[in-house]
Design a protein around this ligand. Structure first.
Ligand SMILES: [Zn+2]
Length: 269
């Protein structure tokens, strides 16, 4: 039985927005999208709690003031908590491609997984299949490009690590529901050190910003930049997540930007 830990509400059983959804279990934690905005992106999360049922109960608890649109269990079952037309409370402080109200701009998907605090267990195959099927439906219905499916850590690198470096972005890309490039192998070159400065650092910051990350073009490898590089690595070059721009990181970023900058038609968009 799904969601036995939570109280039933009268919206339970309403027709879901997505045909991929098994049930609608209404969360009270939502508001109106700013200016009636239509979502043009999707933010992926892990729940970061020991059990899926506990996480689902929390997302439906009015005192938590958090929610999401969709929740995907380990076995792939998916429930909807908030209507897509409404603004769920999943993204919080942060920005992507200059947009600071990501709750108004996006659809939030919570993926049941204990996360870093729970030892980063792998995402089961059935769950990844469920996420892919859900994303395919959302992107198709709303004409959202695959490159606008992002990690929570992408929009909030200083606060968030989810869905984590173990999340199979390659599989999502192969299914056509995420942007990704094959990461360059990690070499034993000396990465740039924190506080390095110069035109090359500024160039790296410009590429991160062009792709969508929020980073000042200071020309200095400052804390904001290393956190941003760590978020990039977590998502695109997960073999080593240390925030230091080694050759593999720089090469992977350059190829990523070349195939997926904003507003540019890309082969997989
Ligand atoms: Zn999150």
């Amino acid at each position: 039985m799904i969601g036995t830990d939570r109280d039933r509400t009268e919206s339970d059983g309403a027709p879901p927005d997505s045909v991929r959804v098994d049930a609608f279990l209404a969360s009270p934690n939502f508001g109106a999208r700013a200016n009636g905005r239509r979502p043009d992106s999707v933010v992926l999360h892990y729940t970061g709690m020991p059990t899926a049922d506990g996480a689902l109960a929390w997302l439906c608890n009015p005192t938590s003031e958090v929610s999401c649109h969709y929740f995907v269990f380990e076995d792939g079952r998916t429930v909807q908590l908030v209507r897509e037309a409404d603004r769920a409370w999943h993204a919080g402080r942060g920005a992507w491609q200059g947009e600071t109200d990501m709750n108004s701009a996006s659809i939030g998907v919570e993926i049941a997984n204990p996360g870093h605090d729970g030892g980063c267990p792998p995402f089961p195959e059935a769950q990844v299949d469920g996420v892919i099927a859900l994303l395919r439906d959302i992107l198709d219905r709303r004409a959202i490009p695959a490159r606008r499916v992002i990690a929570h850590s992408d929009m909030a690198p200083e606060r968030k690590r989810d869905p984590g470096e173990g999340f199979p972005w390659r599989r999502l890309h192969e299914a056509g529901v995420a942007h990704w490039v094959e990461p360059a192998p990690v070499e034993d070159d000396a990465p740039w050190r924190p506080a390095s400065e110069g035109a090359a650092v500024r160039g790296l910051q410009a590429q991160l910003a062009l792709y969508g990350y929020t980073v000042a073009q200071s020309g200095i490898l400052d804390r904001q930049t290393t956190l941003c590089v760590a978020a990039f690595q977590r998502r695109f070059r997960p073999a080593r997540v240390d925030g230091l721009p080694d050759a593999s990181t720089r090469d992977t970023l350059a190829r990523l930007v070349a195939t997926g900058v904003r507003g540019k038609a890309t082969p997989d968009a």
